[in-house]
Design a protein around this ligand. Structure first.
Ligand code: HEC
Ligand code: HEC
Ligand code: HEC
Ligand code: HEC
Ligand code: HEC
Ligand code: HEC
Length: 429
């Protein structure tokens, strides 16, 4: 009997260890899934329409759709037929206020019809660029099927591949846990059966010294209480309990200060899903610092007013923006991502120089109603990516010499770790 119990104990313990390991693996694979999506927005190439699409997505899509639906400016479907001339369009897009100021009748009519909202100027776009954009609008606005208003499929898709979620690995853990529970149950039942059977064959002695087989229920009760008093079984249960508590404590200790999944309620019900997802407003339009400096920065209320000066003025949520401006105080957004002071992180280094997509670190922000911290932001997370990620050396003369040196020593591409990405002083003050 005690052999059997010991063997069961070993099985249970190894299952437990397997479970602990699988959770670590699950975390790793989800981190990798995020990394795999690190590929930056695909470089264009191809015809004018392709280039026009990119230009449109980056410059115009936050205010215009390619259908007849109004976003901030009018829907641009049929613009080539509607506008006075190509030349007019070139002038308008480069500097619309100049065309309005010149007294142009059509320009003034459009301006007044849209609540006198000023369109941004694009002096750097060449005639060819604009023709590309117009060709793209023409093509995109006349597909075989026309989708309904507000359908996100109407607008051109952004070039960013969204980070995939950790779905499969979560499922994997779940299946393992379920399996473990089932096995434990089966094990328990088997133990009971084995005990009953072994007792059933050995008859019970009554007080008169006559051996009779006791009724089944009575026997079950006796054997269960024996199993309960069995010291091997008891110690297995106690050990299991200790192991589980131990694992929880260790996990808890490792996650002190980690805020993965943190998603506080914000003072205004601002939605990235609506703005960055549905209306495809570029991240950099609001987080202006991300390309230039350490902090991505949270937009000030006047950036909201570029649009909400006219859009949805009556909404109570939008009224909160007005109140903040009237009272001359900033909107008190609650910070989600926050490294401790001892660590240094720079956005421009990663986004601009490294060409890492926002979504690689922040997850699919454009699908979040409320922003949530998706990555752990631990030192291990930073280091892990620096070990895995190639430096973006293309078209960056700064790295030419380093790459040449590196080629002599290794066939592997230049990783961030090779340029000092693992040095303590790079990340710690
Ligand atoms: C900040 C928002 C904004 C951005 C960005 C923007 N527009 Fe506009 N656009 C407007 C508004 C608003 C109007 C309506 C005229 C007005 O109020 O000045 C307009 C009008 C137009 C018109 C005339 C529409 C008509 O019905 O005749 C064209 C063409 C146009 N925009 C093209 C573009 C292109 C191309 C881009 C990108 C290179 C662009 N716009 C970027 C806001 C914007
Ligand atoms: C229209 C303006 C706007 C656009 C466009 C926008 N954001 Fe934001 N973002 C905000 C505001 C306002 C907040 C602060 C409120 C909040 O957390 O929801 C914020 C918060 C965030 C945060 C959390 C900051 C913190 O507190 O840690 C991240 C990360 C972020 N944005 C990333 C993005 C990414 C990535 C995109 C593009 C896909 C994007 N944002 C597009 C306005 C914008
Ligand atoms: C480029 C234009 C643009 C900018 C900039 C912008 N929004 Fe919006 N916002 C919109 C559009 C378009 C809608 C959808 C309006 C609708 O549903 O008709 C919207 C809707 C909203 C709503 C939902 C209103 C409601 O009651 O349905 C909130 C809240 C909001 N925005 C907050 C903000 C905040 C805060 C900022 C600044 C950080 C901001 N927006 C910047 C275009 C913009
Ligand atoms: C390599 C990973 C990484 C990438 C790529 C990245 N971020 Fe961040 N982001 C972080 C970390 C880490 C923090 C916390 C920084 C801190 O607390 O000092 C942060 C904080 C933020 C914040 C809030 C605090 C601040 O810096 O103002 C915003 C907003 C933000 N990121 C937006 C963006 C946007 C938009 C992009 C893409 C243009 C982007 N991030 C790309 C890692 C990243
Ligand atoms: C998704 C991948 C990724 C993550 C996550 C990441 N980094 Fe980086 N990091 C890079 C890349 C790529 C570069 C190289 C940029 C360049 O070419 O200079 C880099 C460069 C750096 C550098 C400059 C290294 C040097 O030698 O010039 C520092 C400092 C840095 N990262 C800090 C951090 C910190 C701190 C974190 C975590 C909070 C972090 N990084 C997370 C990808 C990442
Ligand atoms: C790529 C960037 C990066 C590099 C390189 C790096 N660290 Fe860190 N380190 C961090 C970040 C980010 C944190 C904060 C993690 C957190 O809050 O969980 C941190 C935290 C720490 C902490 C914990 C502090 C605390 O209060 O918990 C210590 C200690 C530390 N680092 C030491 C080192 C040493 C020693 C090295 C060199 C061998 C090093 N780090 C290299 C990014 C880095």
């Amino acid at each position: 009997m005690s052999h059997l119990y010991k063997r069961c104990g070993v099985i249970v313990l190894s299952l437990l260890l397997l479970l602990a390991n699988s959770q670590v693996m699950a975390q790793d694979s989800s981190a990798n899934a995020g990394g795999a999506a690190a590929a930056p927005a695909g470089g264009g190439g191809g015809g004018d329409v392709e280039k026009g699409k990119t230009l449109f997505t980056n410059n115009c899509a936050q205010c215009h759709s390619v259908t007849a639906d109004k976003v901030v400016g009018p829907g641009l479907k049929g613009i080539n037929q509607r506008a006075p001339s190509k030349d007019w369009l070139h002038k308008w897009i480069r500097n619309s206020s100049a065309v309005i100021a010149s007294g142009d009748a059509y320009a003034n009519q459009v301006f007044n019809a849209n609540g006198k909202v000023q369109m941004s100027s694009f002096p750097s776009l060449s005639d060819a660029d604009i023709d590309g954009i117009l060709a793209y609008i023409d093509q995109a606005s006349n597909p075989a099927t026309t989708a309904g208003p507000g359908d996100p499929k109407n607008s051109p898709s952004p070039g960013v591949t969204p980070a995939s979620t950790s779905g499969p690995s979560e499922l994997f853990t779940f299946v393992l846990v379920a399996l473990l529970v089932v096995m434990l149950l089966v094990l328990g039942v088997l133990l009971v059966i084995v005990t009953i059977l072994s007792k059933a064959v050995s008859p019970v002695t009554t007080t008169e010294g006559v051996q009779v087989a006791s009724p089944f229920g009575q026997q079950l009760k006796e054997n269960l209480s024996k199993a309960f008093h069995n010291s091997t079984l008891r110690s297995i249960v106690i050990w299991l309990f200790i192991l589980v508590v131990f694992k929880e404590t260790i996990d808890g200790a490792y996650s002190i200060g980690i805020q993965q999944g943190y998603a506080p309620k914000q003072p205004i019900a601002y939605s990235h899903k609506l703005h960055a997802g549905q209306y495809k407003i570029d991240c950099n339009y609001c987080h202006t610092g991300a390309q230039k400096g350490k902090n991505a920065t949270i937009p000030a209320a006047n950036i909201c007013m570029n649009c909400h000066g006219v859009i949805k003025k009556e909404s109570p949520e939008i009224q909160k923006i007005y109140t903040a401006i009237e009272e001359n105080r900033p909107i008190e957004w609650i910070r989600v991502h926050n490294l401790p002071d001892l660590a240094y992180f720079n956005h421009a280094q990663h986004v601009n120089v490294g060409n890492v997509a926002c979504q690689t670190c922040h997850g699919e922000i454009e699908k979040m109603e409320v922003v949530e911290q998706r990555s752990s932001l631990t030192m291990g997370w930073c280091i892990d990516c620096h070990r895995r990620t190639d430096v973006n050396t293309k078209d960056n003369a700064y790295y030419d010499k380093l790459v040449a040196l590196h080629r002599k020593e290794s066939k592997e591409p230049l990783k961030v770790a090779n340029i000092g990405g693992l040095e303590c002083s790079k990340c710690h003050y």
